[in-house]
Ligand binder design. Structure first.
Ligand code: ADP
Ligand code: MG
Length: 487
């Protein structure tokens, strides 16, 4: 798939860099003890610090710092042992202190990297420029009253990690894949819930276009795009707009734009000339943040296996394809479920069972793997019963259906309902005889056309309530009907 877009004057390359705000998964705020629960009554979770009351002092939340370090390590990034909190000054009704505490010149985390897998099998490296900690602002509500605006400070002071990439992405697909991967990483780490609907993860998308291999073009920044689909749409629209503008003799002005998801287009919000001068300076209320290497090492030692490593292990140890392994590791819950399911089982049959039977049923019921009604262990039991020929593949699906709706242990279900596979040849032969006796015309047909043997297999399976071993049925039928070996 070409990443270029076609203009009237030839091909153009899209260049994308992202700034992602990820809310730290913490029950209290970055510099106060106020709660962070989503959906609380407006202004119910606001301390004097969050309300910008004069003389109130911020106190750093060690847990939030730890989550930033954890995330940095997960992004294979440089963790800076010394970093500084700065005041970013601007006036806004939902910013009562008149400044946001952020990190400017000395962020807590420096350069790192994320690898993304594209649909065609290509892997792309996206450089991480930095990660810094900052406070969220409050929220102005303009739709609550006909002629008044309200302010909700519940979000004021919540810890955000701003993760900035290098301009390394080249298509809307890469941009969406990057955000998906970043989301997977923070969810594996447990440092952010990645919930875009609740605003726990928001992306500012920088887009420019250039002649392939040429110098970077002027970028526009699209603010607060809050779904994977919108990111792709915003990039496509914006790149096309810039190409059309340049090709018709205009120049792209550096500006901040908004994405209108209803119209599928971006609109100017403010130009570079109108951009704020934030007058950053180190916050005199906060000392520089100094981290001990031993503490960083402890955090590093507690990191879970991350998607890339898990994928590599699934490919190496279980012989899975890059595609299968890649799909399994997108969610930690899915990967964990798979591992329990596949224990002692051929990995490929476990993947097929998961994809066809379990994910299919979950999809049908509108559930996720986290609330799957049948445990991985129970499914493992079913697969083991197929493998040791206690039950047929067909019966296995029935057993899953039963356990899915009624609960219980699959082995008990098989025993109690007499679903054990028939391998006793005399019983199967009896069923074959019955089918042959009842269908003399078909016997003539199958002798002329051995391909019709499948019909007999089906009938015998029906006779035995699906319990006959299909291989045995096949073999016996061939002898009984005197069919050639390769029929
Ligand atoms: P600023 O300091 O003005 O915020 P940065 O250099 O920090 O600018 O870049 C902000 C974001 O914009 C980064 O994600 C970066 O990758 C991206 N970016 C920078 N230049 C370009 C460009 N020419 N095209 C697309 N994205 C860009
Ligand atoms: Mg910047």
């Amino acid at each position: 798939m070409s990443k270029m877009i076609m203009g009237a004057q030839g091909e153009w390359e899209i260049v994308i860099g992202m700034e992602v705000h990820a809310q730290v998964l913490s029950v209290s705020k970055l510099f106060s003890g106020a709660a962070t629960a989503f959906g609380a009554e407006p202004n119910a979770q606001v301390s004097f610090v969050d309300a910008g009351m004069p003389g109130m002092l911020p106190v750093i939340n060690k847990f939030c710092v730890e989550q930033a370090v954890r995330t940095g390590l997960g992004l294979k990034a440089q963790v800076n042992r010394s970093s500084v909190f700065d005041r970013k000054n601007y006036f806004y009704p939902d910013l009562p202190s008149g400044y946001q505490i952020s990190q400017y010149k000395n962020p807590i985390v420096g350069e790192g990297e994320v690898y993304i897998d594209l649909a065609g099998g290509e892997t792309v490296r996206v450089g991480i420029e930095r990660l810094h900690l900052e406070q969220d602002a409050g929220k102005s509500l303009h739709d609550q009253h006909p002629d008044q605006s309200y302010v909700d400070l519940n979000r004021s002071g919540i810890a955000l990690m701003e993760i900035v990439t290098k301009p390394d992405m080249r298509s809307s697909e890469e941009a969406a894949a990057f955000l998906r991967k970043l989301r997977a990483i923070v969810r594996y780490l447990g440092t952010c819930d990645g919930n875009m609907d609740e605003g726990s993860m928001r992306a500012d998308v920088n887009v420019s276009v250039r002649k392939p291999g040429g110098p970077l073009g002027t970028r526009c920044e699209i603010k607060n795009v809050n779904s994977m689909r919108f990111i792709a749409q915003a990039v496509e629209f914006e790149a096309r707009r810039q190409v059309d503008l340049i090709e018709s003799g205009g120049t792209v002005r550096q500006e901040t734009r908004l994405f209108d998801s209803k119209l599928g287009e971006t609109r100017p919000m403010r130009s570079k000339e109108e951009a704020h001068d934030y007058r950053y300076f180190p916050d005199p209320d906060l000392l520089p943040l100094e981290l001990e290497q031993a503490w960083i090492d402890t955090i590093a030692a507690s990191l879970p296996e991350l998607p890339d490593e898990k994928k590599a292990r699934f490919m190496r140890d279980l012989g899975l394809s890059a595609y299968d392994a890649g799909v399994l590791v997108t969610e930690r819950e899915l990967a964990d479920y798979f591992e329990d399911l596949a224990r002692g089982i051929d990995a490929k049959s476990a993947v097929n069972w998961l994809n066809n039977e379990i994910l299919g049923r979950l999809n049908r019921d509108g559930r996720t793997i986290a609330d799957c009604p049948v445990t991985a262990h129970a499914n493992n039991t079913i697969l083991k019963m197929i493998a040791d020929r206690t039950i047929s593949g067909k019966i296995a699906k029935d057993v899953l259906d039963i356990v899915w709706s009624e609960g219980g242990d699959p082995a008990d279900v098989v025993r109690a309902r007499g679903l054990v596979q028939m391998t006793d040849t005399s019983a199967i032969e009896k069923a074959i005889d019955a089918v042959i006796a009842a269908n003399p015309d078909k016997v003539e047909e199958v002798k002329a056309k051995p391909k019709l043997a499948g019909w007999f297999v089906g009938q015998v399976m029906k006779q035995t309530g699906g319990k006959a071993n299909p291989q045995v049925v096949n073999a016996l039928l061939k002898t009984r009907l005197e069919l050639p070996e390769e029929g």
